[in-house]
Design a protein around this ligand. Structure first.
Ligand code: ADE
Ligand code: ZN
Length: 327
């Protein structure tokens, strides 16, 4: 099926082979002797346990070429999975903290996205994330960079350590970002409580919730997300790998669909969690015995929930419906 991916951290597509190659290319020392040793380390007990490894891994990314190679490799993979549109997160603070210039990161990403459009016809938008474990002042510094590059950055997001870092911590920087024209989204309810989802909606005024699984614990909140049609970008293999839902047969996705939520399936950090978007579809279909209609709804939702222009969205949905009718 044609589909969009709406929850993908570009730094989370760094495959162990590329990690070792870039470490060698850039003379970066890693605590792993081989590709196998990197893979061995991919057993996570929590979001934080994963994030420690994720930040170590991204330390090999130093040059414009590194960011280009990383992004183009992702686009090549998902072109083969019939992904036609991507909305990609990146974490500039994970790089500027290490002395890599914001413009080095952004130019590598945008050059690869341009080539992805030319070579595969994949359209894209970039979502710049603030790291929520860092102070709001540093998010403001990052926003200043984004304001110089508005033609390349469509939205702002919030990621990294959720527990102890509620959306309200970033109220002022989101107000400024909205004023500057950036569309707000945020990770919420991945590990954090339903109140964090409520704060993301009320205080950050998000247009999409990334994950949002724990909103289901709060029926009035769930009803509100349904009635306001706020999309949730759900990531099954991530939830399994990070132990928020170790047994996928207990995953809430089917209940989310039944509740009328606008949910989509995504890969989050595919190199770390064992699969790109199609592997997520297959795993969750098998675990929950999803019907063909449910699977089609999930794929169709990915266009409905996207930030495409109205015209592009209508064309993508018409293409999807034509595909479904033929199939
Ligand atoms: N950064 C990369 N992946 C993440 C996730 N699943 N949750 C929060 N921050 C992240
Ligand atoms: Zn994520």
């Amino acid at each position: 099926m044609p589909k969009a991916e709406l929850h993908l951290h570009i730094e989370g597509t760094l495959e162990p082979e590329m990690m070792m190659t870039l470490a060698r290319r850039n003379g970066v020392a890693l605590p792993y002797a081989s590709v196998e040793a990197v893979r061995q380390a991919y057993r996570f007990s929590s979001l934080q346990d994963f994030l420690d490894l994720y930040y170590t891994g991204m330390s090999v990314l130093r040059t414009r070429e590194d960011f280009f190679d990383l992004t183009f490799a992702y686009l090549e993979k998902v072109a083969a999975q019939n992904v036609t549109h991507v909305e990609i997160f990146f974490d500039p603070q994970g790089h500027t903290e290490r002395g890599v210039a914001f413009d080095t990161v952004l130019s590598g990403l945008t050059d690869a996205l341009d080539k992805g459009r030319r070579d595969f016809g994949i359209t894209s938008k970039l979502i710049m994330c603030f790291l929520r474990h860092l102070p709001e002042e540093q998010a403001f510094d990052t926003l200043k960079h984004a304001c110089r590059c508005k033609e390349h950055i469509f939205a702002v997001g919030l990621d990294s350590t959720e527990t102890g870092h509620p959306p309200s911590k970033f109220a002022r920087v989101y107000a400024e970002a909205r004023k500057e024209g950036f569309v707000p989204v945020a990770h919420a309810g991945e590990e954090g409580p339903p109140d964090y989802v409520r704060e993301a909606i009320d205080i950050l005024q998000v247009r999409r919730i990334d994950h949002g699984n724990r909103a289901l614990e709060d029926p009035p909140l769930t009803a509100r997300i349904v009635s306001e049609k706020i999309p949730l970008t759900v990531c099954p293999l991530s939830n399994q790998a990070l132990q928020t839902c170790p047994d996928l047969t207990l995953h809430p996705l089917k209940r989310m669909l039944a509740a009328g939520l606008l949910v989509t399936v995504n890969s989050d950090d595919p190199s770390y969690f064992g699969g790109y978007v199609n592997e997520n579809f297959v795993a969750i279909q098998q675990a929950l015995s999803l019907t063909e209609d449910e699977i089609a709804t999930l794929a169709r939702n990915s266009f409905v929930a996207s930030f495409m222009t109205d015209d592009d969205k209508a064309a993508a949905l018409a293409g999807f419906d034509a595909f479904q009718a033929r199939w």
